[in-house]
Structures are given as C-alpha cells and as structure tokens.
Design a protein around this ligand. Sequence first.
Ligand SMILES: [Zn+2]
Ligand SMILES: [Zn+2]
Length: 210
Amino acid sequence: MKTTASPKAPLPVPSNDHLTERSRRARTEPMSVLPLGDGLYEVESASDHTYLIDLESGRCTCPDHVFRKARCKHIRRVAIEITEGRTPPPGEIAADCHDCDETMFVDENADAPFYCADHEIFPSDTVVDRETGDRLTVVDVSELRADAVEIGAADTTVAEYATNENYDPDVPVVGAIYPHARVARNGVVPSSLKVYVFPRTRLEREVRAE
Ligand SMILES: [Zn+2]
Ligand SMILES: [Zn+2]
C-alpha cells in the first residue's frame, strides 16, 4: 500500500466506474465465504488472503475497507451469497436435515435435530416407527425433551424406556396414536386411543408415493 501520496496530486475521486467495478469483482472473483456465527464471516480471496467481516456493522479487515472505508468486495460478496441463499444470514447457521442430506439455515441457538420441509412433522401427519415399522398418526410435537418426560406410572423417562435406548435423550418428544382404533360391540375401545410418546428421532415421516 502506498502511503506517501503527494499533496499536489489530486486525490482519486471514487467514480461510478469504481463502484461498478467493486460490484463486478464482488460477484465474479473466486472467494470462499465461511459463516462463523454471531454475524461474522471469514472470506478467503483468490490471492489466499483471509479477511474477517462483521456484516451488521459493515466492517471488513481488508485494506480497501480499513483505509478507504469502502463497502469492499468482501462485504458485498457476503451480502450477495446471503441474498442468493448460499450462505446463512446473521443469526443462522447451516445444518443438515436429520433424515436426509438436505442443508438448510436454522437459528444458531436452536438445538438439533433439524428437519427439512419434507421431513418435518405436524399433527395429523403419518409417521413410521423405526423400531417396529408401525404407522402412527402424530397428535403433538412437543418442545419437551425425551429425558424430561416421564412415561405414565412407570418410573422412567421416555429416553430411558428400553426400546428408546438407541435414540438421543435430548430430542423433543412426539405424541402419536395408532391409526386404527379398535372398535368393540359397544363402541370404540378407549385404550386403543392411547397416545404413545416417542423420541422425535425414532419416528420418520412417511414418504408419500409420487
Ligand atoms: Zn474487504
Ligand atoms: Zn429431510
């Protein structure tokens, strides 16, 4: 960087051409953007320089920003990648769906498991129990964790329940019923309408045939 500019020389005035050039380079130069969380991004340039960008305060550690106060090509590149959905916005991180390899952006403080639109479940959805292959209908998706919910009179939590030991204890619980309630002569058998509680990861949304 040249810091010994002659006082007689006119200072370069940023022209529209300069601004256009920054935009163009922001878009076309090879750069890799790495989201670090807390609104910070690391950008590695084609020349192997690494700069730190704080997007919300609009700061970058590159000379163009530090010395010329420019909205440099790195800040622009991060903004472009966010707009195009290639990198998560401040406050979000990239995460994979638990049941497929789709990547999505989720709140950076949220807890796994995460599910894509195809695998997220809601009340009335049909799910398959991975242990038994049984189909069930979702009644409720809780915020409570499997290691915090006790099963009826049994002195055990959903997470500790024997057939749930292969599933993470710190996932939400889901209440579900078997879809075909039993009907006796005098009507529906109430016990067949019992809501069973499962760790979320034990259930998989039924794949619908196209
Ligand atoms: Zn920069
Ligand atoms: Zn998925």
